[in-house]
Design a protein. Sequence first.
Length: 257
Amino acid sequence: MKKALLLLMVCLTAGVPKAWAWDSRGHSAIAYIAERHLTPSAKANIAKYIDNKSIVYYASWMDHNRACKGYEMTNDWHVDYWTDKLRHDADGNPMPPVVTREIKRIVEEMKDYKNLSDSTVNVNIKYLTHMVGDMHCPVHVDFPQSRFKVMLNGKKYSFHKLWDCNVVAAKHPGWASISFPDMLDNKSEEEIARIQQGTQDDWYAETVDAARRAKEAIPEDKVIDYRYYNDVIDIADSQILNAGYRLAAVLNAIFSE
């Protein structure tokens, strides 16, 4: 908890924070929203594997452990900004985005979660809780922006760093993670069901569109001020809310009985 609070302070006080999608507060907000929409059976079954803690507790676990021994391979699971060119395997076959590939793999594996080891189920819950959030961040999808630069208050920043944490922190400085559900989670059951429809590929494609809209709000001279946040905060809020609803759908499909 102390580490999470420290990370939040860094995001709020630095000019532009380091590239962690949504920052700890954003990921926690997504997990809070998801937890509100878990079925009772899913929530109870999940709790058995995560020491009866909330999924919010592990919302940023992947960021904190991506460089730790045994988890190095997860470092590439967070982000898919490989320009417009499709990545290909050794045989020249197109490869899907890493984040969707790994989410699909884990969801398939978890269909038989009762026959998996407790430790495998535990880490897969942590992966899903984080990666569903990552795949909804406009700068974590396959879009030509990893080298895209903007000028903000006389300083040059990458578009990625501009979005990781700073947009949300600048527009909602008084919101704690737990505030997001109360402020944003106001959709009807019908609207939530509509948002939860589709596949991980559909959700990813929506985020690519969100990334395009976020970039289109940048003027041609690439010089912006804080009015840019006013132009794009609806994109950020919508992506966070959608991620929360969809994380709930993913977990409910696995753990509800």
